[in-house]
Design a protein around this ligand. Sequence first.
Ligand SMILES: [Ca+2]
Ligand SMILES: [Ca+2]
Ligand SMILES: [Ca+2]
Ligand SMILES: [Ca+2]
Length: 381
Amino acid sequence: MARSPGRAYALLLLLICFNVGSGLHLQVLSTRNENKLLPKHPHLVRQKRAWITAPVALREGEDLSKKNPIAKIHSDLAEERGLKITYKYTGKGITEPPFGIFVFNKDTGELNVTSILDREETPFFLLTGYALDARGNNVEKPLELRIKVLDINDNEPVFTQDVFVGSVEELSAAHTLVMKINATDADEPNTLNSKISYRIVSLEPAYPPVFYLNKDTGEIYTTSVTLDREEHSSYTLTVEARDGNGEVTDKPVKQAQVQIRILDVNDNIPVVENKVLEGMVEENQVNVEVTRIKVFDADEIGSDNWLANFTFASGNEGGYFHIETDAQTNEGIVTLIKDGPGVVAQACNPIPALWEAEEGGSRGQEFETSLANMVKPHLYY
Ligand SMILES: [Ca+2]
Ligand SMILES: [Ca+2]
Ligand SMILES: [Ca+2]
Ligand SMILES: [Ca+2]
């Protein structure tokens, strides 16, 4: 039969169960009912002068030997022209790593898969099939063969860290985002096989429950139970990540620890140890310590929230006394800084002292106006 050479070289025909025309045929043998997403007769899509083949779909983790040969290329020129044709495939799995996944028969054009496939290692193979004459020249236009590896759920979620560390201020509003934990699943992205469901396994201290975990995102939020650092300054959570929608299966489940530190806010005012203090100095002395005002503050020891700020509210109009905070002990140190006849003449010289919990936030302002503690040191000379 006379044909134009151009047509003969351009047509790449796929042979399924019929054998028409001429050219390099590809027979896809392994995809029966394998991938329902493919069109019903997927193996041929004519695009102008070339035939594009639909991908071969092979499932990972399976013995595929019964599906061999998975594909076959064939050139009619062998019969028509009495040529001796040699078939060849190149690509990943044959001439590129991972080697040895596929083998082919150079006389029949059959392609076999030799190994159990791992989608997580190689999700896709692109092979090229050739029909060569005795001198190694293409007698047909080479044909692309795409092999898609179908996923199975053979990976469990793995946490990206053994221990996640976060923090949140005490008194935070309900549903405040505290932190996010993260796990990964190596199965096919955006499918149920790689979906992860998170869960809090345990919380220490357990009651009342102060955190909840978004099952899908891994985000940890506060509940409506108010956090109080002065009660519990940290929490330890054990969390788990399960495959899919979190169904309980016999597969191993990875766990991780979450440590959440409760950050202090200044929600306690200094409380004085003694409401009345007495101090004594000998006359004609200056720059001597008269008394120390001891206070307690339940906020974080050593922090600005804990340190008291002492000021004279009244009684020091003459400027005889100075008061400052001992940052180590949080005591107010009252010092006589100048001598004067008025002071000396009076045996009792009461000094009402006012100190305020002072810091930048608005909460501190509240304390200054409404929650100041007072003590009255009486000084005798
Ligand atoms: Ca998985
Ligand atoms: Ca998989
Ligand atoms: Ca405080
Ligand atoms: Ca506090």
